[in-house]
Ligand binder design. Structure first.
Ligand SMILES: Nc1nc2c(ncn2[C@@H]2O[C@H](COP(=O)(O)OP(=O)(O)OP(=O)(O)O)[C@@H](O)[C@H]2O)c(=O)[nH]1
Length: 203
């Protein structure tokens, strides 16, 4: 199987709702970032973690990098992640999202191959875009730089000016009926819920 190049795992941010650094999240004693990295290697051959704490990753099979233009949230991480990506497109993931759907990744890739696009992301409620589980082109590096330097940080605000493919929620739900794919663990309550879910799955 041909792998999909670089996955960019964002692990910056403040983790203020969790109360401790989400890079350290353990779900039933499994370190979530390590679990995600191992899963991503099934379909990607390179992983870049964008983090201010590279020491957490010394024993993990990935590259690490820091935000180059810090302080603007996920878009800061997408920017440097794309700079580090080995191929034209980088797949963007968050360190607090426990589910990865290989069929959906293949679907996105397939859709992108049909047109020359700048990004391929999922849209939900017909108006919000989900910045994670999406592909972004290296062509966006300079525009993101300008955008961040003008003080803006909205991923959707940026993508609106580019040739983006928006995958409708209905299609994404065919791959993830319970919307697990876009679950992110922000609070201790979210973590408890996930631990129960994984225990029920014998994970
Ligand atoms: N590299 C990088 N990643 C970020 C940044 N801000 C958020 N992220 C990542 O983006 C994902 C979603 O982050 P959020 O949960 O929205 O924000 P957070 O700051 O981590 O958490 P809260 O303080 O609770 O909002 C997580 O994987 C974060 O690690 C940033 O400034 N740089």
């Amino acid at each position: 199987m041909n792998k999909f190049g670089t996955a960019i795992l964002l692990a910056g941010g403040k983790s203020s709702r969790m109360g401790f650094d989400k890079q350290q999240l353990k779900v039933n004693n499994i370190l979530l970032v390590e679990y995600i990295i191992n899963r991503l290697y099934t379909v990607f051959d390179d992983i870049v973690v964008v983090t201010n704490n590279s020491e957490h990753y010394t024993n993990l099979p990935c590259r690490t990098v820091q935000d180059e233009i810090p302080g603007y949230g996920p878009l800061s991480g997408i920017h440097i992640g794309l700079k580090m990506a080995k191929n034209q497109y980088g797949y963007v993931m968050a360190c607090d999202m426990p589910y990865i759907n290989f069929d959906y990744i293949a679907y996105l890739k397939n859709r992108m191959e049909q047109v020359d696009c700048d990004a391929c992301v999922t849209v939900f409620n017909q108006e919000w875009i989900e910045p994670f589980h999406g592909f972004y082109s290296k062509k966006l590096i300079s525009p993101i730089e300008e955008y961040l330097k003008s003080g803006k940080r909205s991923v959707f605000g940026l993508l609106k000016n580019f040739n983006s493919i928006y995958i409708e929620e209905e299609i994404a739900r065919e791959y993830s009926p319970n919307w697990d794919l876009f679950l992110n663990i922000n609070t201790k309550e979210d973590l408890l819920e996930l631990e129960t879910q994984w225990s029920n799955l014998n994970m």
